[in-house]
Design a protein around this ligand. Structure first.
Ligand SMILES: CC(C)[C@H](C(=O)O)[C@@H](O)C(=O)O
Ligand code: SF4
Length: 424
């Protein structure tokens, strides 16, 4: 019996030639990632009590993103603690105010095919889009990792999701993953890997692959992997990674707990309705629902290709007078690129507010929270009750195109009528 991608990676990091789903393995971590909110200020006491020596200061990456810019004194204190901790530990890699951690670690080349990446955030699984086994762990578990560089994991079973066919005009990776989560259910992949494959996945850009992996956890998955290929290699080369890459893939005879076949060519834009990510419907069923805010951003869908789509839709138009539209590029690098391409001008002229890269509005942490009774159409990954502020608010999730079209009309809108056929 062959091995899945997850099994191969966990075999390598546990120093074995073969592991199988269900095995408990002791693993060496390639990258340990923490962010400000679930990082140093929570782990420090336990870490010091147990010796306070980092296993490797080059492999611990800290990103301040959730409390940036701080909206309360407590957030400012957390931020200061995080910065001081990174300095005192002499960390090689500390990033702040650059954007959400998952995007920042990808852009800085920390994510590579075949690596094991553990982070104190549930969307750490996004790194699977480049072929890394990446998953979220709790801050307490992280203390052991910081001290030893090791931990235990159960080798997960893998659900293979095969997306065949050409993705139609106006349909994006976000629509594919919402449809996948609808099928699997929000807990249907608990403690399993999801491996995305098929023609439609191969056709996706790196930006779009990251959307799929980012949201694997919304089906309960431990990680969401995509077989790395030349696109990944080129992307990493462009980020200055010159080492030989392990372009890992599942064996033909690997064993999967389930295989799901999906046809991308018949998919329509999808929307996740309050208050669960698997409450997914075709946009036509929810069209016309008035909104108060639209949010284009987050580690899920705030990348340059997302901003380009929004600019294509909003160019020369105005957003509805009844709403506010927040645009948050997912990193400083994306901000700069969008600025160079004139995208920020287009969006601002349309009436959007462009905020600095941060988790702020996405998780209701800093700027952009919603009040009771307010409705948001968001390009992010979660619509749980209270996600963006008031528990009496409502969050709908869709692709950047659906978000931009909704901004124009002030109500949930099918983006296809605003797109030229060349866009995809
Ligand atoms: C703050 C943290 C608990 C959280 C996560 O782990 O995912 C956040 O980033 C989110 O997206 O909800
Ligand atoms: S999902 Fe939102 S809050 Fe969580 S890391 Fe991404 S941008 Fe930040």
């Amino acid at each position: 019996m062959g091995m899945t991608m997850s099994e191969k990676i966990l075999a390598r990091v546990s120093g074995q030639s073969k592991v199988s789903a269900g095995d408990i393995v002791w693993v060496k971590v390639d990258i340990a990632m923490m962010h400000d909110l679930l990082g140093p200020w929570l782990v420090d006491a336990g870490f010091r009590r147990l010796g306070g020596q980092l296993f490797d200061k080059d492999k611990v990456v800290v990103v301040s993103d959730h409390c940036t810019p701080p909206a309360t004194v407590q957030q400012a204190d957390i931020l200061k603690f995080t910065r001081d901790w990174a300095r005192n530990q002499d960390l090689t890699y500390y990033y702040e105010f650059e954007g959400p951690c998952h995007q920042v670690i990808v852009e800085h080349g920390h994510v590579r095919p075949g690596r094991l990446i553990l982070g104190t955030d549930s969307h750490t699984c996004m790194a699977g889009g480049l072929g890394a086994f990446a998953t979220g762990i709790g801050s307490t578990e992280m203390i052991g990792v910081l001290l030893t560089g090791e931990t235990w994991l159960k080798v997960p079973e893998t659900i293979k999701v095969v997306w065949e066919g050409k993705i139609p005009h106006g349909v994006y990776a976000k629509d594919l993953i919402l449809e996948t989560i609808k099928d699997i259910g929000h807990a249907g992949a608990t403690y399993q890997s999801i491996e995305f494959s098929g023609e439609a996945i191969k056709d996706l850009s790196i930006d779009e692959r990251l959307v799929l992996s980012n949201m694997a956890v919304e089906a309960g998955a431990k990680t969401g992997l995509i077989e790395p290929d030349e696109k990944v290699a080129n992307y990493l080369r462009s980020k200055g990674v010159d080492e030989e890459l392990d372009l890992i893939r599942s064996d033909e005879n690997a064993s999967f707990s389930r295989v799901l076949y999906k046809d991308a060519s018949i998919l329509e834009p999808q929307v996740a309705c309050p208050h669960e990510v698997d409450n997914v419907h075709s946009v036509s069923l929810v069209e016309g629902k008035p909104v108060d805010q639209v949010y284009l951003g987050s580690c899920t869908n705030g990348r340059i290709s997302d901003l380009r789509i929004a600019a294509e839709i909003l160019k020369g138009k105005k957003i509805s007078k009844n709403i506010r539209c927040l645009v948050v590029p997912a990193s400083q690098q994306i901000w700069l690129q969008a600025n160079k391409e004139g995208i920020l001008d287009i969006l601002t002229e349309a009436g959007c507010i462009v905020n600095m890269p941060s988790c702020g509005a996405c998780g209701g942490f800093t700027s952009g929270v919603i009040g009771a009774g307010e409705v948001v159409m968001s390009s992010s990954n979660r619509n749980f009750r209270g996600r963006m502020g008031s528990p009496k608010g409502e969050v709908y999730l869709g692709s950047p195109a659906t978000v931009a079209a909704t901004a124009i009309e002030g109500k949930i809108t099918d983006p296809r009528k605003y797109l030229s056929m060349e866009v995809r």
